[in-house]
Write a protein that binds this ligand. Structure first.
Ligand code: PBG
Ligand code: ZN
Length: 273
């Protein structure tokens, strides 16, 4: 992904400092572990890469807001977001592991946890885990309406989270279906989600708008890696004015109803604005 790097732990603080200078203060962290196994145990290891990064960043800058992506796919050898048995991704045995992951992020100092695996019951499992460990005040931003999209491929390469077999269609949503997004969001809210997400953003503006009109809760739109990379490649070819296009896309996402936007354009937009 153009302009995106895997930062070693020691460099994470420098990156945060650079963003703070641009006026950006909220970060979402993704980890690349040195060790992967079948059950993604590095995801909930107290001295895992994310847990260490949070401690390190918080030690230097206590006003920074840290959101953590809570999922197993970067930590499993097969690359799926849950426990696999006989080629099938198992929902319920995954819940305990993602709950443990969220609790370990909160212990390390995360401000918001963001489960991205689209497992049924994940928000409830995380809420229970956080509450019973003294983290009642840590909010959950759920990737509630996450589509099985082709727009994630640059991320999967960057985060080393591609899968070894099959696809993610048994847990991520069918791109043809929009009613299901509302059902997924309703379920997550009943389970205790504080912020809900629609992902991807640009090809899903209709979904963002439907969610905005149906629920009075904060909505995050995730302007994903493929959306970003398309703009960057066209800019590189000299076909488009990259910054102006990014601004137009982000404005459309906002107009559609997003309250928060996660975007790889954040640094250049902060400069641009
Ligand atoms: C992990 C996860 C993914 C993204 C965020 N968290 C990838 C996926 O589901 O394959 C995508 C981010 C992007 O494309 O920018 N579950
Ligand atoms: Zn995942």
């Amino acid at each position: 992904m153009p302009s995106y790097f895997r930062h070693p732990l020691e460099k994470a603080v420098d990156e945060v400092e650079e963003c703070l200078d641009l006026g950006l203060s909220t970060f979402i962290l993704f980890g690349i572990p040195s060790y992967k196994d079948e059950v993604g145990s590095s995801a909930y290891d107290k001295s895992g890469v994310i847990q260490k990064a949070i401690r390190q960043i918080k030690k230097e800058f206590d006003s920074v807001i840290i959101i953590t992506d809570v999922c197993l796919c970067e930590y499993t050898t097969h690359g799926h977001c849950g426990v696999v048995r006989d080629g099938e991704i198992l929902n319920d045995p995954t819940l305990d592991l993602i709950s443990k992951t969220a609790v370990s992020h909160a212990e390390a100092g995360a401000d918001i946890v963001a489960p991205s695996g689209m497992m049924d019951g994940m928000v409830r499992a995380i809420r229970d885990g956080l509450d019973s460990n003294g983290y009642e005040n840590i909010p959950i931003m759920s990737y509630s309406a996450k589509y099985a999209s082709n727009f994630y491929s640059p991320f999967r390469e960057a985060a080393d989270s591609g899968y070894a077999f099959g696809d993610r269609k048994s847990y991520q949503m069918d791109i043809h279906n929009s009613d299901e997004a509302l059902r997924e969001i309703e379920l997550d809210l009943m389970e205790g989600a504080d912020i809900v997400m629609v992902k991807p953003a640009l090809a899903y503006l209709d979904i963002i708008r439907r969610v905005k009109d149906s629920f009075n809760v904060p909505i995050t739109a995730y302007n994903v890696s493929g959306e970003y990379s398309m703009v960057k490649s066209a800019e590189k070819m000299g076909w488009l004015d990259g910054k102006a296009i990014a601004y137009e896309i982000l404005t459309a996402i906002k107009r559609a109803g997003a309250d928060l936007i996660i975007s790889y354009h954040a640094k250049e937009m902060a400069e641009f604005l």
